[in-house]
Ligand binder design. Structure first.
Ligand code: ATP
Ligand code: MG
Length: 333
């Protein structure tokens, strides 16, 4: 059987890293037919919108997408394309593993964390208004429904991947109602999973504890803004944005993308590190049930980096295409 997967190259370094990831995934031999569609700042002039309907329709048809970073032109009057995609496709859970890659020098070895972030509400609800000139309100929305489904996603994922512990991260001491509800629902869901240890931690203390000793955590579950910030922190723990993959998962659709943005400063130079998107492709292969191919790509990336073939951000001299070719050679070995 052949899978059909939507590929969105995106903006900036997007096309370079997206086609690198595509080449690596194709090298596994898993039969994938790619449907390439557009989104982002670069296609505004063509469609009058950075998120054309046919791009949404392609993902709805194929149910799975691999996506390069997308820029939302500032001042264009459009809301973030990334946020729109997550909301329109109900991709309620954002899943960001941070796993050390041997040979990449960082303060800690063997980091192996997963941040699960609620992806549709919280402080990113996008509901803001001017009350009177000089006073604005930005609403933080927490619902029982959205919290329950992201919490359930985290516990199911923990069970499936043999994870031991989930930490719900919050600020319920200050935001008693919103984060209070978030915790209440997490506790309820946790009771259904007695095999997974459950604990709670305040977000500011969690930030400190993560940089003192990341090994004390396993899966971290939190609302949108905390997840955005702390997952950049966990990406830093394993060596930076060039290495951090993610999956946006909903009931019907899944979109896999790197944590990093479009990095316009290095676009078009063949120097971007494609690892984050290649590893997002690994998450995609696992989602499709192609575990063996996923393991092979993961190992190939680790071997390539361990052997010293690295892009500039990791202190190496390999270009995007040289690094990608090296990974492909190890996938096929
Ligand atoms: P955007 O507005 O789309 O978020 P950005 O300028 O914020 O774009 P990011 O991708 O968020 O860019 O990353 C910040 C910086 O980190 C980039 O400017 C770039 O120098 C570096 N960087 C990010 N991703 C990569 C990568 N894959 N390879 C190498 N360097 C990267
Ligand atoms: Mg950015």
């Amino acid at each position: 059987m052949t899978y059909t997967v939507t590929l969105i190259p995106g903006d900036g370094i997007g096309p370079e890293v997206a086609f690198a990831a595509k080449r690596v995934i194709d090298a596994t031999g898993v039969p994938i037919e790619w449907e390439i569609v557009e989104a982002g700042g670069d296609v505004m002039y063509k469609y009058g919108t950075p998120l054309p309907e046919e791009t949404i329709e392609s993902i709805q048809r194929n149910r799975v997408a691999l996506k390069g970073p997308i820029t939302t032109p500032i001042g264009s009057g459009f809301r973030s394309v990334n946020v729109q995609l997550r909301q329109r496709l109900h991709l309620f859970a954002n899943y960001r593993p941070a796993k050390s890659i041997p040979g990449v020098k960082t303060p800690f070895e063997n980091v192996d964390l997963i941040v699960v972030r609620e992806n549709t509400e919280g402080l990113y609800s996008g509901i803001e208004h001017v009350v009177v000139p000089g006073v604005v309100e930005s609403l933080k929305i927490i619902t029982r429904e959205a919290t329950e489904r992201v919490a359930r996603f985290a516990f199911e994922m923990a069970r499936r991947d043999g994870r031991k512990k989930i930490t719900a991260v919050h600020k319920a001491n200050i935001m008693k109602l919103s984060d209070g509800l978030f915790l209440e629902v997490c506790r309820q869901v946790a009771r259904e999973y007695p095999d997974i240890q459950y604990e709670e931690a305040i977000v500011d203390a969690t930030a400190m504890r993560l940089v003192l000793n990341p090994h004390q955590f396993d899966v971290l579950l939190m609302e949108n803004l905390y997840g955005d910030i702390l997952s950049d922190l966990t990406a830093g723990l394993i060596g930076g944005l060039g290495l951090a993959p993610s999956g946006n998962i909903g009931e019907h659709y899944a979109v896999f993308e790197a944590v990093h943005g479009s990095a316009p400063d290095i676009a078009g130079q063949n120097v971007a590190n494609p690892t984050a998107l290649i590893l997002s492709g690994v998450l995609m292969l696992r989602h499709l049930g192609e575990q063996e191919a996923a393991d092979r790509v993961q190992r190939a990336v680790e071997q390539t980096i361990a052997e010293g073939i690295r892009t500039r951000d990791l202190g190496g001299t390999a270009t995007t295409s040289e690094f990608t070719d090296a990974v492909i050679a190890r996938v096929q070995a």
